[in-house]
Write a protein that binds this ligand. Structure first.
Ligand code: XMP
Length: 530
């Protein structure tokens, strides 16, 4: 395992990703982590970048024990400066913040202790890299030598004369640094000696064993499924581990996509064998949403109603299980665990040394669920990134079209209907959205887009049908490409695809006479309209 200590850089999680892509397991911890409390012995440590300057009064600093562990250390950007700060080097502000591409001249001089040979093995004399920093090294730390320089940074890469300590000013973890992954590979595999063992096959075996151990031979687990990738994969994994002692619940809140509940049942239950109950609570949700326009209010109502419905269903499942168990003479059957599809980015977010960052919308999840039932959480995906979850899903025989599915918000179509939510409005939006997605799939564009959906604008636009004027509503189409949904670009469709979608929606969906395409990026817009 590689330990990555996070000083708050926006790129820290990418270091973890790159290590995992090399099949080396890496874990991110806050930079303030006390080394004696780390439960595993890392084979190497990477110090991340940071928005701070090492001389700032409140600058984060690493436990000095790190340098005594006897394992290789790689400092990236601030990580390098932090190393220098600990080893009598000097850091100075650059005249101009450096941001963008730079070319590193590598100084491979041969010789036993020249760090360039190890860190830049297989890389020629030059390396195109991405820089993003305001400070840089102005004086070398004690017992270090230069292994790379750029036109503006004389100490762009340095190495210790006798210990396996390395520092680089650039960011090898971002994809702009074209051969950055090789540099990280040289460090974690070549220098730290990590084995490339981290694979999904390996993960499945270990995780199933772990789940069986914590649940014991009789323990029961419940979990909500939404039809999304994470909850489906988590549910299938639980099913593999404990069979029907895992109960999945899908709540139909009346604002799902067209035929969603039916499709989820077919996939998870009929096809994958997961023990699943679908609860049609659409009347309850829609009656509570009646007349509500404020999006935050909609989110709250849907979140709270979801908890009510889920809890009631869980109690029923528990009662049935207790009855069933008493038949075989063992009054157990109690549900002890709640499955959550938490992913690693959420874990990272909550371990940041600065505390979780502010969320702009109150994204609803099942956080406050089942307080009274006092369930313990089971989170089999908490070590995984999204694409690892997808790979896991494929190995668990979940079909590709589900594994590659775009995200869908918990409050569903309620936040895509701009006015009050009614059954009729839901139906219009479901039809338009379904045509839109169908045409995107037919044009083979689905996997190039990160998220696509239709939005219903409850304005009356004028149109013409035969000789008569019509006054009908408007559909806005949204499609974005994004790495992490913090920023997003609108997707450039071929004109003929948009033409086909527009003509099908206006022809086939009653109540719509106009279709527009949203060409706003995030920021300043958000992905959803509400
Ligand atoms: P925004 O609109 O904030 O969307 O740019 C970023 C991502 O978050 C999703 N999103 C939500 N997901 N509950 C959810 O579960 C919500 O209330 C919610 N609002 C936005 C959005 O679909 C996009 O993927």
């Amino acid at each position: 395992t590689i330990l990555i200590l996070d000083f708050g850089s926006q790129y820290s999680h990418l270091i973890t990703r790159r290590c995992r892509e090399l099949n080396v397991y890496a874990e991110l911890m806050p930079c303030t982590q006390k080394i004696k409390d780390v439960k595993f012995k890392p084979k190497g440590i990477i110090l991340s970048g940071s928005p701070y300057s090492v001389y700032d009064k409140d600058a984060p600093h690493v436990d000095p024990e790190v340098f005594e562990l006897g394992v290789p250390i790689l400092g990236i950007c601030y990580g390098l400066q932090e190393m220098a700060w600990n080893m009598k080097g000097k850091v100075a502000k650059c005249e101009h913040r450096e941001y963008g591409f730079a070319e590193v001249q590598i100084s491979k001089i041969g010789g036993e202790n020249n760090g360039a040979d190890a860190l830049f093995e297989g890389i020629g004399d030059q390396l195109q890299v991405w820089m993003s920093h305001g400070d840089q090294l102005s004086e070398m730390p004690e017992a270090f030598h230069i292994i790379g320089r750029t036109a503006t940074a004389p100490y762009a890469a340095v190495a210790h004369n006798s210990k396996p300590f390395y520092g680089i000013q650039f960011h090898p973890e971002v994809t702009h640094s074209k051969r950055g992954k090789e540099v990280i590979g040289n460090f974690v595999i070549g220098i730290c000696g990590c084995k490339q063992h981290w694979t999904m096959e390996e993960f499945i075996g270990k995780e199933i064993a772990r789940i069986r151990e914590i649940c014991g031979p009789r323990g029961r687990v419940i979990g909500a499924v939404s039809g999304g990738v994470d909850s489906s994969v988590a549910a299938k994994l639980m099913h593999e581990a404990i069979g029907d002692r895992f109960h999945a619940i899908m709540v139909d809140n009346g604002v799902l996509r067209l035929d969603e509940a039916k499709q989820v049942h077919e996939m998870l239950n009929t096809h994958l064998g997961v023990n699943l109950t679908v609860v049609d609570a659409s009347d309850l949700f829609l009656s509570r949403l009646d007349g509500v326009e404020d999006p935050e209010q909609k989110r709250k109502i849907i979140g709270n109603t979801f908890i009510n419905v889920f809890e009631a269903e869980a109690e029923k499942i528990e009662a049935a299980a207790v009855a069933e168990d008493s038949k075989v003479g063992e009054a157990k059957g109690k549900i002890e665990w709640l499955l959550q599809g938490t992913l690693y980015p959420d874990v990272i977010e909550s371990i940041s040394f600065k505390g979780p960052s502010a969320t702009i919308k109150t994204h609803h999840n099942v956080g406050g669920l089942l307080k009274d039932m006092k369930l313990k959480l089971i989170e089999p995906l908490r070590e995984l990134f999204k694409d690892e979850v997808r790979a896991l899903g494929r190995l668990l025989s979940i079909p590709n079209h589900l594994v590659q599915r775009h995200p869908f918000p918990g409050p569903g179509l309620a936040i895509r209907i701009l006015g009050p939510v009614t059954r009729d409005q839901v139906k219009i939006l479901q039809q338009a959205d379904s045509i839109y997605i169908e045409e995107i799939r037919k044009a083979n564009l689905y996997d190039q887009i990160s998220q696509a959906f239709a939005v219903l604008l409850p304005v009356k636009a004028v149109g013409v049908m035969g000789d008569a004027r019509t006054y009908e509503q408007v559909i806005a189409l949204r499609a974005v490409q994004s790495e992490d949904f913090m920023t997003a670009d609108w997707f450039v469709f071929p004109a003929e695809v948009l033409r086909r979608i527009s003509s099908r929606i206006t022809n086939e969906v009653q109540g719509i006479n106009r279709v527009t395409y949203d060409i706003s990026s995030k920021p300043p817009a958000t992905v959803e309209w509400l």
